[in-house]
Design a protein around this ligand. Structure first.
Ligand code: FES
Length: 364
């Protein structure tokens, strides 16, 4: 028995050692030379082979969403590789459906550029740029949420759709040696092209710790964007906005857009929170109520006590959908919050016969 265990351990050890040596050799010794990268059948780049597709694209200033810094643990960095990507790796499979694998979708942080490669990416990613921005203000919204305002370098502009997000780079700092990018929805107006605002809740994560505990007004930070297919769509039906916590951010950008363009649509904003202390920017929401065509802020609180003297709605935010929406009316719904919250709201919207193609959501 002991001999079998010993033999197994030795063989396993040799295999692990061999795998490590191969990885090191591939990283430091293998020379793939220059290769050609063709994007969307039209843009051609000559690049050094050997790096991940994600890094190779970044070196050409083409930015792909990546919330885990290229570690293969977020699944954001999907790209279609039409030729030259090699076989799909075990590290990619958990993030790819069978349909995606059949459709040549890959995780660009895992797929290496070792030969000429042809890829396809959404055209709008060419609009993504990297910016070094100045932190001009940091305002507490609640005990755990802060609103950050950034100023782009003089003369630079960012163009985005209301509802989209950016990625902020958290560099290594005391107690953390990883560099990561994290996604945050843009909370400001698309007309304020030289500034960006985001709302960040403290969760003890690498990036939220960096933003809450290390970044100060006057500092410079790196971000890139815009990204995302969650944004406002024109229409005439009633707009249903639903959010909790920092999910307010993209909704705020949508509200500014409606105000700036004098959009005349009935709009209701259902916001879920625990107690009155979790509500914020109430003056601004009042301003939206006074200036938008037909807008009401409808908070609902889940943990109220008598001492709070709360006279508004109570319960979960999907209860508001059940109560206030009428089956058969036309709605477009924009949801922003946790996957659990979104799942329950989608269910309530489906019960009211809101078609799936008019339910837009942003999970975080
Ligand atoms: S960057 Fe996160 S999985 Fe590729």
């Amino acid at each position: 028995m002991n001999t079998i265990l010993m033999t197994t351990a030795v063989v396993t050890g040799i295999c692990v050692l061999f795998a490590i040596l191969l990885t090191i050799a591939d990283k430091y010794i293998a020379d793939y030379g220059e290769v050609t990268m063709i994007i969307n059948d039209e843009k051609e780049y000559t690049v050094d082979g050997g790096s991940s597709l994600l890094d190779t694209l970044r070196s050409e200033k083409v930015f792909i969403p990546s919330a885990c810094g290229g570690k293969g643990s977020c699944g954001y960095c999907k790209v279609k590789v039409l030729e030259g990507g090699g076989p799909v790796l075990a590290t990619e499979k958990p993030w790819l459906s069978k349909e995606e694998i059949d459709d040549n979708v890959r995780l660009s942080c895992q797929c290496k550029v070792k030969e000429n490669i042809k890829i396809q990416i959404p055209e709008e990613l060419f609009n993504v740029k990297e910016y070094k921005v100045k932190v001009v203000s940091i305002e507490p919204m609640t005990d755990t949420i802060k609103k950050f305002r950034f100023e782009l370098p003089e003369g630079e502009k960012i163009s985005f759709k209301p509802g989209q997000y950016i990625q902020i780079k958290a560099p290594a700092y005391e107690g953390n040696d990883e560099e990561v990018y994290r996604a945050y929805s843009i909370a400001s107006s698309i007309l304020d092209e030289n500034h960006l605002e985001v709302m960040i809740g403290y969760t003890k994560g690498i990036a939220t710790t960096y933003m809450h505990k290390f970044v100060k007004e006057g500092d410079y930070i790196d971000l890139n964007g815009p990204y995302g297919d969650f944004y406002y769509h024109d229409g005439e039906d009633e707009v249903v906005l639903v959010a909790a916590g920092t999910g307010f951010a993209p909704i705020r950008s949508i509200l500014f857009h409606m105000k700036d363009n004098d959009i005349k649509r009935k709009t209701r904003f259902y916001f879920g929170a625990k107690t009155p202390e979790d509500l914020f920017l109430l003056d601004e929401l009042k301003m939206f109520e006074e200036t938008l065509y037909d807008f009401k802020f409808m908070p609902t609180l889940s943990r109220v006590t008598e001492e709070m003297n709360w006279t508004g709605d109570t319960g979960r935010v999907n209860n508001s959908i059940d109560t206030y929406l009428e089956e058969g009316n036309d709605y477009s719904a924009y949801l922003c919050g946790s996957p659990v919250m979104i799942e329950s709201i989608v269910k309530s919207l489906e019960d009211k016969k809101v078609p799936d193609e008019k339910i837009y959501f942003d999970e975080f």
